[in-house]
Design a protein around this ligand. Structure first.
Ligand SMILES: [Fe+2]
Length: 254
């Protein structure tokens, strides 16, 4: 395990609405940080079309391993019988399970699928997923970073509020989750909620920017702190380090 532990957090790749220069330069930039874990928090494609999944897989496979990937709302067909009949079929076929666990030395990471087919684009955390958070992350070694990955920011308000926020809050509290990684907004932000850090990554490779550059995030986790470095795109395909913030790391009781 490297000290500090390095986690690369990417989101909203949106292959199909991507900027080729950003796609071409991303994997090398991520690799230059020698991450212990790469997390991709959804919207891998623009409209869940097979050729978009194919291009997303091409990019994902260039990223360092191990990788934890979850789906976003754009990874489900939008207007298609498949949305109801088999909403995750293409995602599972091309990318893999929509919920998974990755354990590397010093980290236990759980990815959950926060996009139900029955919501238009906002998310949910179900009772079953909350149980899984308690089981997987609550039983991790006290020395491990307990990391939860999901597409939807868990504390969004208004129409973006997730269904099941109470499940989420209780489960992450009981499991003593250290870090939640999310995306969806295309605007990076890092905040603490009690002792839990929530990092929302921007869009790494799409042209769907919302007033800020394309970006991805490097988290450097040491025993007492988490440093968050924003990697931003200047000229197309040229990445630089933007804002850096430092946050205390929680102590696990069990
Ligand atoms: Fe997105």
């Amino acid at each position: 395990m490297s000290v500090p532990l390095v986690i690369a957090h990417l989101s909203d790749l949106h292959l199909g609405a991507h900027v080729p220069a950003a796609v071409d330069a991303l994997a090398d930039d991520v690799a230059s940080f020698h991450p212990d874990l790469v997390v991709v928090t959804g919207d891998n494609t623009m409209r869940a079309r097979p050729h978009e999944f194919m291009r997303a897989v091409e990019l994902l496979e260039k990223l360092p391993t191990p990788r934890l990937v979850v789906p976003g709302n754009h990874d489900l067909p939008l207007i298609s019988p498949l949305r109801v009949a088999a909403p995750y079929h293409r995602y599972r076929r091309w990318i893999g399970p929509d919920e998974s666990v990755v354990r590397v030395e010093g980290v236990t990471a759980l990815g959950i699928d926060s996009m139900p087919w029955w919501r238009w684009k906002s998310g949910r955390v179900s009772h079953r997923q909350a149980v899984r958070v308690r089981q997987v992350l609550g039983s991790a070694s006290p020395s491990d970073v307990r990391l939860l990955a999901m597409h939807h920011p868990p504390f969004a308000g208004g129409l973006e509020r997730i269904v099941g926020r109470g499940h989420f809050v209780r489960a992450t509290g009981q499991a003593e989750v250290d870090i939640v990684l999310a995306g969806h907004t295309h605007v990076p932000s890092v905040r603490t909620y009690g002792e839990m850090l929530v990092n929302v990554a921007g869009t790494a490779t799409s042209h769907r920017v919302r007033g800020v550059p394309r970006s991805w995030t490097v988290l450097r986790v040491s025993p007492d702190a988490i440093e968050v470095h924003e990697r931003c795109e200047g000229d197309p395909g040229a990445w630089y380090t933007g804002p850096v913030t430092r946050h205390p790391r929680r102590t696990h009781t069990s």
